[in-house]
Write a protein that binds this ligand. Sequence first.
Ligand SMILES: CC(C)(COP(=O)(O)OP(=O)(O)OC[C@H]1O[C@@H](n2cnc3c(N)ncnc32)[C@H](O)[C@@H]1OP(=O)(O)O)[C@@H](O)C(=O)NCCC(=O)NCCS
Length: 163
Amino acid sequence: MPDSSRTQRARKPDVTAGSEVRFRRLTPRDAAELSYLELDIFKAPWSEQGLRDCLELTSVEGEAALVEGHIAGYLIVQSVVDEAHILNLAVHQPHRGKGLSRRLMERFFQRAIPRGITSFYLEVRAGNRVAQKLYFSLGFAPVYVRRNYYPDGEDALILVKKL
Ligand SMILES: CC(C)(COP(=O)(O)OP(=O)(O)OC[C@H]1O[C@@H](n2cnc3c(N)ncnc32)[C@H](O)[C@@H]1OP(=O)(O)O)[C@@H](O)C(=O)NCCC(=O)NCCS
């Protein structure tokens, strides 16, 4: 999973204040909007075509958090039998620190657990402390390190949550 350069806890002005957050499933038609967000957020962004191809897979589900009709955050997961792999989680900078990613993850757990999913996997940059703090608080634990996993040579931590 790609990552952020954000390391400091600095709560942003709450631009979602007064704006309702809605959630809806992602479809391949969202690929263009997501690709713009990816460019803003990640050092190694997913391409529009890559996003479209991914969202076309029947094993993949994505959910968007919408603020004023625009995608403010998104989660993309691939599930196979009793395992789910978190492929992508991101929140656009102006909407961070307001619980959107936690809500996206918890909403996914609520859908996945009744379907019999018992293991959740993801990879995160070794230096992405913000994301790691979120995942640890959700019950993920590190299982191993993939050395030099990212194109810039950074290691990936593989995290697992088992029910
Ligand atoms: C990581 C990311 C998805 C968090 O999204 P968010 O909506 O801002 O997170 P939330 O507001 O839901 O906060 C959830 C938890 O994350 C952690 N967190 C969020 N912002 C933080 C910050 N600035 N510093 C430290 N921890 C932070 C906290 O544990 C927080 O829980 P708490 O508020 O109960 O303390 C977001 O920063 C992001 O998109 N980063 C860039 C992309 C990325 O790194 N994706 C993950 C790839 S593995």
